[in-house]
Design a protein around this ligand. Sequence first.
Ligand code: F6P
Length: 383
Amino acid sequence: MHRQIGILTSGGDCPGLNAALRGVGKAGQGCFDMHLVGFRDGFRGMVQDRSIDVDTRLLSGILTDGGTILGTSRDKPHRMPIGGKVRNMIDAVVETYERHHLDALVCIGGGGTQKNALRLKEAGLHVITLPKTIDNDVACTDVSFGFDTALGIATEAVDRLHSTAMSHSRVIVVEVMGHRAGWIALGAGLAGGADVILVPEIPYNIEKVADAILARSRAGKNFSIVAVAEGALSAEQAKTIERLLTGKESAATKEERRAASMELQGFHRKHVNHTLELTRELEKITGLESRLTILGHLQRGGTPSAADRILATRMGTGCAELLNQGVHGVMVAAQGSGTRAVPLEEVAGKKNLVPPDHPWVISARQVGTCFGDEYTPTAGTGK
Ligand code: F6P
């Protein structure tokens, strides 16, 4: 039976988006008699009805390309800046869906997209999502595509920083992305042999970090590499965040909630510079020359790794199969070497954070990596 399928990419871009579009499109058209309509720049393209025919020609030659041929944006359908005002545009999305006689809409995105897709499901649309993000923080899936590529780039950076840090006897702090999750810092730190790894899930004490660096110096190692997640928090900052979050949750009135939100946003805005402050502090405490490298959007650009191409293709074709079976209201999650459909209600609003007792954390500790916390090795931990 012929089906008309809408598709869009939303949120920050990442390597593998085009591979996923190609997976959905080629399987949908080649195996299941689907026609695909692509919407430009995420949900904004649906609101403004800016679409493109996703035919086989468009899908050809994009498997290895970074970014997304459809464009993307962080716009949310229920809070979209339009003409200087923030408006709820869900009705406009529904109208576009109906105008194109869509049978379903595929939304490829991260955690925010899962929430937005659920809102559209509640508005009556047939939605299906694919999890993408370099941060690997989407819940209910083994992994999200984009992460493996970013991990490779961050690991290469940690590798390369070793020789320059060693030559100049310096401490090099390398800030990686990850939003509020520490997967990239943890993975790249473990793979690249960083001496210190700081992640949001394990609040740090700067004195402990400095102690680890000085212990290396005393042992004749004249340099140290500190891999820091952009969202890493000192124990003090973690307490502030907790206080602000509790304040937001317990706010009784709309005004109180808004004030608490503003305070929280203010914290995150200021926190953006925390790795520079951390680097300066470490230099002061240890007396060792220190430098900061911020990898930033380098981690999101360029060609996807082989693992991400495979994962995105697998998720894309899995999505086409589910669409063919008439399944919707779900996210296509990676499970082992296959996929599974997870109801959007189970995914939306949840985050995949690093469990402090994750095997990667334990291994890193066992090879002597400092997380800047109170940890002391005990018998049986391999130390
Ligand atoms: O979610 C992906 C991500 O790259 C995060 O790691 C980072 O915090 C954020 O997006 C950066 O966003 P922007 O592209 O808006 O600068």
